[in-house]
Design a protein around this ligand. Structure first.
Ligand SMILES: Nc1ncnc2c1ncn2[C@@H]1O[C@H](COP(=O)(O)OP(=O)(O)OP(=O)(O)O)[C@@H](O)[C@H]1O
Length: 451
């Protein structure tokens, strides 16, 4: 036996032994080749077995009869493209007459078993063309974000989807979002990833962290305004509403100039304004929203009503003024008092981490994607950070953000501290940065924060 044959036998034997464990590196070294060959060789028989073929058309049958040939076989969707990726394979299929995208979606679990893949998901690209994404291993087990991401202004690659693609938080497409989850489910890590993704962009970050500031205050260098208690939060939200009204006045002034000019675009939001006039967009991050909505005394009730009213106004009118809400909490339902469900209805983007009961899952998806409720309940307790994300289109996906530590997020914020815009309306809430620890000093308005 030559040296080459021995090496080949060793490689094949090692690959065979490792196949059942399927770590990510196994996939990259051997799996991708095996899976491509397997899918191509088994394609016709698997499609037939999964009921994804159509009988030959009448003219093909007639032609076979006329030329005295055997009866043609049923045909599977035509493969337009097969692309191996870092996590699996992507197949683009042209459907045969009589098939629809739902046929493939309904057969995805059968396809997964038949092709020996970890996961198969399908989505319609355009009429008659469906994309099947196959993953060779559990990509959410240890999240590694793809090196290349399609970054655009106000679009953050925040997590990995179970089909291996990137999940983006796009503020211009989905202005406001709600993130729910039980304690220790991964909400703060998700929010940290958002801050780290937004830090290099031209955006002002505003934080309301009612967990005594433990999550957002270490990131203070990149924040234009911070509040760590409901009293400061109510003033900060009022200031944001005032700023929103100011931005509306700028848009109105710009409209008067262009309304008389035929064929000119009329500004309907900050993104239609010329660069030199465009106010800085603002992302408002609220951690533990229930703390803002709970009250014990009459005074606190009045404060709570002011807070919720300001949040509703920002959610209703903020998009055009470039003010986007990112609200995080353990529960967000009618038990938090009046106007909460009205606010929730404005939060288009929904992300739910592990929850402890069906009611909490319903708060996230009951009104937009009822089948996602079951998926939320099924998130295992030992997979912290795994979440279900959906939007008003009714679609949903399983995602997990990379495990970004607080130290890593702080480093990113410090690196981009020079990008922190100074907004005059929010100046009183700008964190005062000192080199020393804030210790036991109350972190209220203009409080020192360390990073
Ligand atoms: N995406 C992730 N990947 C791996 N581990 C994670 C991920 N997200 C969270 N974790 C783990 O779960 C722990 C709790 O996460 P996190 O602090 O974000 O939860 P939380 O929902 O904000 O909890 P609480 O509401 O109690 O503050 C983290 O310390 C981390 O170890």
């Amino acid at each position: 036996m030559t040296g080459f044959t021995v090496a080949l036998v060793l490689v094949v034997a090692t690959a065979g032994l490792l196949r059942w464990r399927r770590p990510a590196w196994y996939w990259l070294t051997f799996g991708v080749t095996f899976a491509t060959v397997r899918v191509l060789v088994r394609y016709a028989s698997v499609m037939d077995a999964c009921g994804l073929t159509v009988p030959p058309s009448r003219w093909r049958l007639a032609l076979a009869r006329a030329t005295n040939r055997p009866v043609p076989e049923s045909r599977a969707p035509r493969i337009l493209r097969l692309r191996p990726t870092r996590t699996g394979l992507v197949l683009r299929l042209k459907l045969r007459p009589g098939q629809d995208a739902f046929d493939l979606a309904a057969a995805s679990d059968r396809l997964r078993h038949s092709f020996s893949m970890y996961g198969v998901t399908s989505r319609e690209l355009r009429s008659g063309v469906v994309e099947l994404r196959m993953t060779g291993y559990d990509v959410l087990k240890r999240v590694q974000m793809p090196a290349k991401a399609d970054t655009r202004p106000m679009r953050v690659p925040v997590a990995l989807r179970e089909d291996g693609s990137i999940h983006y938080r796009d503020y211009r497409e989905v202005p406001h979002a709600l993130t729910l989850g039980a304690t220790e489910s991964g909400k703060s890590v998700y929010q940290r990833n958002l801050v780290a993704g937004l830090a290099p962009m031209d955006v002002a970050l505003v934080g309301i962290d009612c967990k005594q500031g433990v999550e957002l205050f270490p990131l203070a260098r990149r924040f234009s305004a911070l509040a760590d208690n409901p009293d400061t939060a109510v003033e900060l939200l009022d200031a944001l509403v005032k700023r929103m009204e100011g931005v509306y006045r700028i848009i109105r002034a710009e409209q008067r100039i262009t309304a008389d000019v035929p064929d000119a675009e009329i500004a309907a939001g900050i993104w239609d304004l010329p660069d030199e006039l465009r106010p800085t967009p603002i992302v408002v991050l609220v951690d533990e929203v229930a703390e803002l909505a709970l009250f014990a005394t009459r005074e606190e009730e009045k404060r709570r009503d002011r807070i919720v009213t300001a949040l509703v106004r920002l959610a209703q009118l903020g998009r055009a003024a470039g003010i986007y809400l990112e609200i995080c909490g353990q529960r967000f339902g009618s038990e938090l008092g009046k106007s909460i469900t009205m606010l929730r209805a404005q939060l288009t983007g929904r992300t739910a981490h592990r929850v402890n009961d069906e009611t909490s899952a319903n708060m996230a998806f009951g009104d937009i994607a009822p089948d996602a409720v079951l998926a939320v309940i099924q998130i295992p307790a030992d997979m912290r950070g795994v979440a279900i994300t959906g939007d008003s289109t009714g679609g949903w996906a399983r995602i997990r953000a990379p495990h970004t530590t607080l130290r890593h997020a702080v480093n990113i914020c410090n690196r981009h501290a020079h990008r922190t815009p100074e907004l005059p309306e929010l100046a009183p809430f700008r964190p005062v940065l000192t080199g020393t620890s804030a210790g036991s000093a109350p972190l209220s308005k203009a409080a020192p924060a360390t990073a």
